[in-house]
Structure formats: structure tokens, C-alpha cells
Write a protein of this length. Structure first.
Ligand code: IMP
Ligand code: MG
Length: 183
């Protein structure tokens, strides 16, 4: 595996930081941990589109519990203030989570603002519990106090792509995670 590859779409170089095997192994571990932590319960997984999609598809197959899956769409507000109005429930209606155990499924937590707003919003619906499950976390980029209970990998502050994560809409289909590098 070469350390630096280029995509035909954008011709921007990136370096692979997590390969398919590493990611698959870690997602298996996370799924088993969640299965054990919530033994005897059912969970509602709420995916944050679009970055969650590949991770969601993989992790649900490692969670041996009764599960339901919902999605929320949020604009990418990393450089601006995020508000509840930026979120929309896929399908139109808020998921029925009163008294349920909720797992927010994210591709990546960066400043933590998006996840934090979503948690505040969902708490009004009175779930029994609510936790974050993210494939990637950038702990040193957090700008709000947020507890990430289930993280696949901690990464640095570099912009990363692949495994569902995009740069300007591209690269979501890469089966590994890469870090953008200077041309
Ligand atoms: P936050 O609200 O700052 O935590 O940002 C979370 C969202 O920003 C993620 O769901 C991604 O859509 C996007 N994002 C943050 N960092 C990256 C990155 O390195 N690559 C791709 N998307 C990112
Ligand atoms: Mg994005």
C-alpha cells in the first residue's frame, strides 16, 4: 500500500492513516462493547448524515441487540454557529425515543458543536439515556464540553476523508481513512 495516493476526481493527495482491516477490527470491538453495555435492552441508533453512513452500516451488524435506526441531517457548520434549526429529521418527524436508550452515530466529532446541539435537542424528548458513538474523534479540536463514550479512533487536527467522510462532497466512497496532505 503506497503511503500517498491521489484520487482521479480531485487530484488532491492524501495519506492513508487507517486501513480497512484496522477499521473493521475496531468497529467489531465497539459493536461488542455496546452489545455488552446494553445487554437485555433495545437501542435506537440515530445517524448523523451524511458522514455516518458507512460506519452505521458496519456497526449495526456488530450490535446483537434489538435496534431501530433513524437519521438526522445537519448542515456542516464548523465555521459558524450551529443552532437547532440547522437540524432536520429524515422522514420529517422526530423519532420516538421517550424512555429509550439512544446512541448518536457520527462519522467524526471535531469541535463537538454538532453533537452537542443534537444531544440538547434530543434530551427534550426524554430518552432513558443518550451517548455518542463515533468512528473518529478529534479530542484536541473540541470547543464544547462533550463526552464521547464510544470512539473508534482518536485522530489529530488534520482534515480526514474516506469511510463516509467527504472533502467538498468527494471521497466518501474510499474504504479507508486518509489525511489530506499538501500538494
Ligand atoms: P463538529 O460540529 O465541529 O464536531 O463537526 C462535525 C462535522 O464536521 C462532522 O460530522 C463532519 O461532517 C465535519 N468534519 C469535521 N472534521 C472533518 C474532517 O476532518 N473530515 C471530514 N469532515 C469533517
Ligand atoms: Mg462534510
Amino acid at each position: 500500500m503506497s503511503s500517498v495516493e491521489e484520487t482521479k476526481a480531485k487530484s488532491k493527495p492524501f495519506e492513508i492513516i487507517l486501513d480497512k482491516e484496522q477499521i473493521a477490527a475496531r468497529i467489531g470491538q465497539l459493536g461488542r462493547q455496546i452489545t455488552s453495555d446494553y445487554a437485555g435492552e433495545s437501542v435506537v441508533l440515530i445517524g448523523m448524515l451524511k458522514g455516518c453512513m458507512v460506519f452505521m452500516a458496519d456497526i449495526i451488524r456488530h450490535i446483537s441487540l434489538m435496534t431501530e435506526v433513524e437519521f438526522i441531517s445537519a448542515r456542516d457548520y464548523r465555521r459558524e454557529r450551529t443552532s437547532e434549526d440547522d437540524l432536520c429529521y429524515v422522514g420529517g418527524n422526530a423519532p420516538k425515543i421517550a424512555g429509550r436508550h439512544v446512541l448518536i452515530v457520527e462519522g467524526i466529532v471535531d469541535t463537538g458543536r454538532t453533537a452537542s446541539i443534537i444531544i440538547d435537542k434530543l434530551k427534550h424528548l426524554e430518552p432513558a439515556s443518550i451517548e455518542i458513538v463515533t468512528l473518529l474523534d478529534k479530542p484536541s479540536s473540541h470547543r464544547v464540553k462533550i463526552e464521547v463514550k464510544y470512539r473508534g479512533f482518536s485522530v489529530g487536527n488534520d482534515f480526514v476523508i474516506g469511510f463516509g467522510l467527504d472533502n467538498a462532497g468527494a471521497y466518501r466512497n474510499l474504504p479507508y481513512v486518509g489525511r489530506m496532505v499538501e500538494d
